[in-house]
Design a protein around this ligand. Structure first.
Ligand SMILES: Cc1cc2nc3c(=O)[nH]c(=O)nc-3n(C[C@H](O)[C@H](O)[C@H](O)COP(=O)(O)O)c2cc1C
Length: 169
């Protein structure tokens, strides 16, 4: 079995989660930034994005749009990385991401991310400072990454994949 995990990231968290997921799925697994995906010739294609200002990255939604027809023929799963302390909209994000994807994705993974104000570029730092001001709170570092959640999602995908295979026999 061959899996592709295609993702984008600004500060590396989604890349870390993609690596954890690769470890959790059995068989061959390739990881590529959505900008570098050369082929979709895989048994399972998992597409992941972080959430910024209430939306997945446009590089990822564009990838889903550009490869819509090919992805329609594939076993596809999605995941996103967000911070639940900043927002409590994980279900909304999951629904929004589904809108860009083929209708019958196997599952949507929802993963806590990592945030460190000291590494942000100027634009993102200003966005967060404005947000914190409105919130009346300030965070320097938030770490909600959880490898067990990611491994569990990997196992769920393997189960869903074998269900999907059984139903087409
Ligand atoms: C400028 C900025 C905006 C963000 N906006 C949101 C948001 O709207 N909702 C949310 O749940 N998380 C938000 N986050 C948290 C990120 O999704 C989280 O830090 C994630 O781990 C970043 O992943 P990356 O390192 O792969 O880019 C934001 C983070 C930053 C720095």
């Amino acid at each position: 079995m061959k899996t592709l995990i295609a993702y984008d990231t600004r500060y590396g968290t989604t890349a870390t989660i993609a690596r954890w997921l690769c470890e959790a799925v059995a068989g061959e697994c390739d990881i590529a930034n959505v900008a570098d995906v050369a082929s979709l010739d895989y048994d399972l294609v998992v597409i992941g994005s972080p959430i910024y200002t209430d939306a997945p990255l446009s590089s990822v939604t564009q990838f889903l749009h550009d490869h819509g027809e090919a992805l329609n023929q594939k076993n596809v799963a999605l995941f996103f990385v967000y911070d639940e302390l900043l927002t409590e909209k994980s279900e909304t994000y999951a629904e929004e991401l589904r809108e860009y994807a083929p209708p019958d994705v196997l599952a949507v993974g929802i993963f806590g991310g990592y945030f460190d104000i000291s590494v942000l570029n100027e634009h993102d730092r200003h966005t967060m400072e404005d947000f914190f001001e409105r919130l009346g709170k300030r965070y320097e570092v938030l770490d909600h990454r959880n490898k067990d959640d990611v491994v569990r999602f990997g196992k769920l995908l393997l189960e869903k994949l074998s269900e999907a295979r059984r139903s087409t026999i």
